[in-house]
Design a protein around this ligand. Structure first.
Ligand SMILES: Cc1cc2nc3c(=O)[nH]c(=O)nc-3n(C[C@H](O)[C@H](O)[C@H](O)COP(=O)(O)OP(=O)(O)OC[C@H]3O[C@@H](n4cnc5c(N)ncnc54)[C@H](O)[C@@H]3O)c2cc1C
Length: 437
């Protein structure tokens, strides 16, 4: 993790100040020790504090310095690489089978509404806008997929609808795509502002957050867990490891279950009023069906925030300015090739089976990893569910399949070559475009 890259992001320049925090010094006790101050950890802390439980959050760097302060801010109530029916059908019997997988799919279907309700209930100042999330379709071959998605999420009560070419153009402000579908419960937030605001309300309700306090060891001590940092320790009944793509060696083998894949983000200078009115006029956020994902959203001050992946990271700022500049000019000719004055990146937690993984690592120690790129609403929801578990709800009653930790064979090599998958996605996208010509 590079602090400088996080602090150079547009979100960092734009977000309301973080609540004052300091490093943990000496010993503290809590009902629950939470490792990681992203959406998962802070949502968990907020829900615990609301129920009168003592929660202490330990954050290695600063609030939101993981994926929660670096992402694109699209609040998306779907999975990215697995369909809800497939997820439910493939949930193993020992994890609760189809019924449990279905509960997770329902949690995701409801997750954006849940997140925006939470934001409204606590008055979080984070440029929240819930005008929907659109997934435009980039080739006729993907229209069937979009139809299947609409049917699957509609069965779970999501406010979804299929869009023909004209309505896709009307909603996105672009002629680039064929068809699309929209989920009206989705939207956008200023991601770091959302994270800092979660911390602010959690702390106001009694949770404690310590920054610059990496958890370095986790041991059993006198019937409780001892979470050590460089200059202190927390003794707690329960522990939530909320480190996701930024998971280190705190718990053996956990980091080897996930691939942290770099995603680059860029914010343009504010677009002129008449141009910004033509970009995403009917929706808050957009990410399409391509493997080399095209994604766009505006900020409150009219900047376009977009980005992408790179197979090789050398000279990334210059290459992205050219590559993504050309992309914007192609998709939004009215914008042209904008000037990008902020470029940053962060790690997305990718799992091989495209599912989020929840674990009970030991009695009283919970973790989840693997948002696969759709984690704002999911992490907020899972954090709330983990709080329920810490307050005594049996794990079997949570809408989450719990699996054993299963490290990926050849993980070290896989980590190095994970970004090569993008080359395959691009080749597949190109082939689909060619088929149109
Ligand atoms: C560039 C990018 C774009 C994305 N875009 C979107 C999007 O538009 N929509 C969407 O839904 N999702 C998106 N995501 C995914 C989303 O951001 C994540 O799923 C979500 O933020 C995960 O939250 P979290 O709290 O679980 O983890 P994180 O926010 O990553 O928090 C983990 C924290 O743990 C800390 N930590 C790690 N180890 C330790 C330790 N030993 N001790 C103490 N602290 C530790 C880290 O410093 C970090 O702050 C994106 C992700 C990235 C990186």
């Amino acid at each position: 993790m590079s602090d400088e890259i996080f602090r150079n992001s547009f979100w960092y320049a734009d977000a309301p100040a973080a609540p004052a925090t300091q490093a943990l010094e000496g010993e503290a006790t809590a009902d629950v020790a939470i490792v990681g101050a992203g959406y998962t950890g802070l949502s968990c802390a907020l829900h615990l504090a609301e129920r009168g439980a003592r929660a202490i959050v330990l954050e290695a760097d600063e609030i939101g310095s993981g994926a929660s302060g670096r992402n694109n801010g699209q609040v998306i109530p779907t999975f990215s690489r697995i369909e809800p029916d497939a997820l439910a059908d493939s949930t193993p019997p020992e994890q609760g089978g189809r019924a449990k997988g279905e509960q997770l799919a329902q949690l995701v279907a409801d997750s954006a509404a849940y997140t925006f309700d939470l934001i409204r209930a606590h008055g979080l100042d984070c440029d929240a806008e819930q005008r929907g999330w659109v997934q435009p379709v980039h080739s006729p071959g993907r229209v069937k997929l979009a139809e299947r998605r609409v049917a699957a999420w509609a069965r779970r009560g999501a406010p979804v609808e299929m869009l023909d070419r004209a309505s896709t153009e009307r909603i996105t402000g672009s002629r680039f795509w064929y068809y699309g579908w929209v989920n009206r419960s989705g939207g956008r937030v200023q991601p770091l502002a959302f994270c800092r605001e979660l911390a602010r309300v959690a702390m106001a309700k009694g949770a404690q957050v310590f920054t610059g306090s990496r958890a370095t060891a986790l041991q059993r001590q006198g019937g409780r867990w001892r979470v050590s940092t460089r200059r202190g320790a927390v003794l707690a009944e329960r522990v939530v490891i909320a480190t996701n793509a930024y998971t280190d060696g705190l718990w053996p083998r956990l980091a080897r279950t996930i691939f942290p894949v770099n995603s680059y983000q860029m914010a343009s200078v504010p677009l002129p009023d008449e141009v910004r009115a033509t970009v995403l006029p009917g929706v808050s956020a957009c990410s399409d069906t391509q493997g080399d994902l095209h994604f766009f959203r505006l900020t409150a001050d009219g900047r376009l925030v977009t980005g992408g992946g790179l197979v090789f990271p050398y000279d990334y700022a210059q290459r992205l300015r050219r590559r993504i500049g050309e992309r914007v000019a192609r998709v939004y000719p009215q914008v042209g090739a904008p000037k990008f004055d902020f470029i940053w990146h962060g790690s997305v937690g990718v799992t091989l089976d495209a599912r989020p993984h929840a674990h009970e690592l030991a009695p009283g120690v919970l973790a989840w990893l693997g948002c696969n790129g759709r984690g704002i609403a999911l992490a907020t929801s899972v954090g709330a569910q983990f709080a329920r578990a810490c307050l005594g709800t049996p794990l079997g009653e949570l809408p989450l399949p719990f699996s054993p930790v299963s490290p990926v064979a050849g993980h070290a090599i896989g980590r190095r070559i994970a970004s090569l998958a993008l080359a395959v996605f691009r080749w597949r996208d190109k082939r689909e475009f060619k088929a149109l010509q």
